[in-house]
Ligand binder design. Sequence first.
Ligand code: SF4
Length: 220
Amino acid sequence: MITHSSDPVLQLKVVETEALICTKCDLAEGRTQVVFGAGNPQADVLFVGEAPGQREDEQGVPFVGPSGRLLEELLAEIDLTRDAVYITNVVKCRPPGNRDPRPHEIDACKAYLRTQLELIDPAVVVTLGNFSTKLVLRTEVGITKLRGMAYEWWGRYLVPTFHPAAALRGRGQVLEDMRYDFSLVRDVLDGNLATDTGIEEETPPPQPADDPQQLGLFGQ
Ligand code: SF4
């Protein structure tokens, strides 16, 4: 994944062009198209979901359909739009039958997410759902326990929250919890963490691992 430009926006475009023809894992066989990511390449907020679903695979865009619409509603409530943020997934190709991505597929794909983080350099990373939260944080603690906080994390903030699909499954409390988590994103962006959110800035990250290279996302 070598680029020759010092412009991170251009670099991201180069990496996306590479990814669009990627065959590094067997998910390449069943996909319609690679869903690299979408939004502002200089966004302050980066959302990380799990993997493309059927609609995303068809359209080449992450978080379309009902989950995408709910995400847009939640963004609007904190004065953000889809175009203002960047949205991607842990793996860029749809697993067959929407099964969970397998470890070797995540391993093959993780360099793309790492590069997106480095080049976009967001102030806040929001993990959507148990899968991406556990993966990015290298923790077995579930999303229900982790959410509700903004964690200082590798020079930026991390806000874990539910996947929009969980709110769509009809549990009103999940949606309310997501609203709260999105309000934390707004507070981080506004620099209001210490005033009205109740966030303890000294709270250590849940477990980004003493060895971030274990995942390979954030090490050198
Ligand atoms: S999932 Fe990632 S590594 Fe696998 S083929 Fe798609 S882009 Fe390449």
